[in-house]
Structures are given as structure tokens and as C-alpha cells.
Design a protein around this ligand. Sequence first.
Ligand SMILES: Nc1ncnc2c1ncn2[C@@H]1O[C@H](COP(=O)(O)OP(=O)(O)OP(=O)(O)O)[C@@H](O)[C@H]1O
Length: 308
Amino acid sequence: MNQVTAAAPLIQASGLTKHYPGFSLAGVNVTVEPGQVVGFVGKNGSGKSTTIKALLGLISLDAGQASVLGYSPRDLANTASARAKEQVGVVFDTISLPGHLKIEEVGKLMARAYSTWDAAGFQQRLRAADLDPKKAVKDLSRGMGMKLSLACALSHNPRLLILDEATAGLDPIAHDEVLDALRDFVAVEDAQGNPVNGILMSSHITSDLDKIADTVLCIDAGHPVFNIAKDEVCDLMGVARCRAAELEQIACSGVIAPGAMRIMRQDYGIDLLVPDRFAFAESFPSIPCDRMGIDEYMVFMIKGERYC
Ligand SMILES: Nc1ncnc2c1ncn2[C@@H]1O[C@H](COP(=O)(O)OP(=O)(O)OP(=O)(O)O)[C@@H](O)[C@H]1O
């Protein structure tokens, strides 16, 4: 019961609901399939960390269902469920290791905590990240602390990584190295060639998600906004830079379904969300239409107005 097969979702959660005074997480669904990187985005205070903590059983839910590697959040948080914890690597935006420990002592601590601990892999990750094993955790910069946390999370051989702002504070080179490590992690396959690992990754650095995510889940003020394949946004969608008269012309043409027209009014004109920029360019070759990014899509979906 507490095991998932290679094909089963690593995270399957629906209707996640948590009430705090002045804030409610309401009806959030999260699915992470093997082989998938799910980017988790939203404004500050939108409820991403609350969702992650609920999935990990660190806070109780008021409503909703969640299964993480076949475990309920409550079972996952239970100190007795060592096997479950070994399969989930977690990195928060602040380092949660005791500050007085030297990095080499962290390795020893982890070896005792996880039967799956890969000491050689940990050493190799420390070298790759330029982390001095003699250095104390409290003396690490923020970026170095994140690299150490990631090295720990990856070195107990989890099937699922849950990262909450884990790439914040990394320099561009470290960023690339971390993204490469995450790509390698999700590329792992079982003997039959099926993907086995997955990642749920909250981030404000949407360029990271552009590079690595398969799907992007967005919440705003605790409510789901979209859950969409990244390629649909980045490869297919566009932003048309129009004037009011052109917008009217586009609306009348039916090239974009009337209910799907979403705009942002700018000082210089009107930006229009284009679901298929290639089809749009054929119909309106004289209207500039740029590639869409996750940032812009978020802004359209959260702040944009419908145009009917
Ligand atoms: N223990 C708590 N008690 C009361 N309110 C809380 C508690 N934890 C979180 N909140 C509130 O829940 C809301 C969502 O916070 P959360 O940390 O989940 O947002 P977030 O999307 O992760 O934000 P950020 O991007 O800034 O990290 C905020 O309004 C926050 O103040």
C-alpha cells in the first residue's frame, strides 16, 4: 500500500485546503508523474510553501487528499516512517542543518539517518560544488548552504525531490550545475526504461523553470490559476503587441476563440495573449508577436483582463 509502482504518480493531491487567519489555501491540486519536473509558481504569499508543508505533513490539512509516494502526509511526517523519508529529498529556502556542524560531520549525520546514504556521491557533490568539508554550516554563504542542502537531498537517493526556492541565491554557474544535476536526477530509469524520479520545485526564478520544467502549476491567493505544459507556453504561445483597432480586428477574425482573449493594457498599446503564435502570424503577419515566457504568462493569467 505504501509503495508506488514506477508508473504511479509520485505526488497526487487534490483539493488541498488550509485556513489561516487572513489566508486560505483552497482547492489546490498537485500531480507529479515519474520523469516530470513540475514548476510551482505564484506571487509572494500565494501559498506555495503552505502547499509543500501540507504535502510533507508538516502542517495539517483542513480538507483535501494527498498521497506522496503512496504515503499520506501524516504517515510521511511520522518519525517512524524512515523508509518513506529516504525516498523524498526536501530542500527549503533556508538551511535546516545544525550550524555548528562541519560539512564532513553533516555527511556522517546523514549516513546514520539514511540507510540509502551514498557517501561517495556526497563527496563527489561537495567537490563539484567547491564546498570545503572542514567548513562549519554556520559559516556558509546562502548560496553555499543551498548547494549543501541539495547535495544532502540528492545523496540519500530519493525518488522525489521537493524543492522550495532551492535555487535562490545561487550564482549563474552554480545555477547551471544544479539544473544539470536535477536533469540527471529525473532522467534516471528503471530496468525497463521507465522514468522513476520526479521533482516538485517552487521558484520565483522562472528562467530556471523555462529550462527544466515539464509542467507549471500556478496559484494566486491560495487558489489554483493554471496547470499547463511548459512547452505549450514557451513553444506555442505568443504575445501580440497591438493597437486598439488591431485588437478589434483580431477579435472579429475568430483566430482566437472569443472566451480565450486575454489582454494587458500598456502605455504603448495593448498586449494580447496568443494561444498559437504560428497560426496568428499567418493571419496577422504585420502585428508583432513575441514568444511567451512563464513570467509573462503568469502576469496575463493573474493580472490580465478578459477581452470579449
Ligand atoms: N503558520 C502560519 N500561521 C498563519 N499564517 C501563515 C502561517 N504560515 C503561512 N501563513 C500565511 O499563509 C500565506 C501563504 O504563505 P506561504 O509561505 O505559503 O506563501 P509562499 O507562496 O510560499 O510565499 P513566498 O513566495 O513569499 O515564499 C501568507 O499569507 C502567510 O502569512
